[in-house]
Design a protein. Structure first.
Length: 249
């Protein structure tokens, strides 16, 4: 892989020195992060920890899309927002929090609803996409875009005290619809903040590993955790030749 042609400042070298000690990361890995662009779909329960840990790690540009405004019932799990910002667009609130955490990175936002008709203009051509959504209708839109562009997608979801994460990059891996062929019934699901906190941290780790080329991603594997019993399982997932989204690849 070609070296990335961006330089690290003395500020960068000091701020990120501890993560650059990781084997295989070093200054080259940090330059890769600084040159990278990540698209986050969602600035809520999953989007909060994902964006925070990507921001403080020094990812060069975060593009965040969320069509909702912050509500009081969000605050048990969405640390990007606060009582003082209730009623604000979540993207505006998220940007304010993240810029305070790391003023050296670029953050762009969009509060349009992500749909098939606008996904190309909203997502663009990032290095990787992160699914921090709470519904499968929009997840499928994002999945089709990931398949058609070849941009990898990190999926995460939670329910109550349980959650799941996987790394999707067809044809090397299944796509989201291979694993979940049909949308589950819509429901107001239970959630305690630690669940998206845990799932989101794992998603952020998957993104950082991909961007720095350190470690092994969850390709062909679905990581499922049960917080009540505190168990973690790795399930093997495979492509479906008949999948309407990636079967033709």
């Amino acid at each position: 892989m070609e070296p990335v042609m961006v330089s690290l400042t003395e500020y960068d070298k000091t701020r990120y020195q501890r993560q650059m000690l990781i084997a295989g990361w070093g200054e080259e890995g940090q330059r890769r992060l600084k040159a990278s662009r990540v698209f986050l779909a969602g600035a809520g329960g999953l989007g909060s920890p994902v964006s925070v840990y990507l921001a403080v790690a020094g990812v060069g540009e975060l593009r965040i899309c969320d069509s909702d405004r912050s509500e009081l019932s969000n605050l048990n799990r969405q640390m990007l927002h606060s009582d003082e910002r209730l009623g604000e667009w979540k993207t505006v609130s998220a940007k304010e929090t993240l810029q305070r955490l790391n003023p050296t990175i670029a953050i762009t936002t969009c509060h349009d609803r992500l749909e098939g008709s606008n996904v190309n203009s909203i997502v663009g051509k990032p290095d990787i996409i992160v699914d921090c959504l709470d519904n499968f209708e929009t997840r499928y839109v994002l999945n089709r875009y990931s398949v058609s562009t070849g941009i990898p997608l990190v999926h995460g979801a939670i329910w109550g005290m349980a959650g799941q994460v996987t790394f999707l990059h067809p044809p090397e891996t299944p796509c989201l619809r291979c694993i979940f062929p049909e949308e589950p019934p819509k429901a107001v699901f239970p959630v305690v903040g630690a669940s998206p906190g845990l799932a989101g941290c794992i998603q952020a780790m998957e993104v950082l590993k991909f961007l720095t080329t350190v470690g092994t991603n969850l390709k062909g594997r679905l990581l499922v955790f049960d917080g009540e019993e505190m168990t973690f399982d790795l399930l093997t997932v495979r492509r479906r030749p008949s999948c309407p989204d990636c079967g033709s690849l």
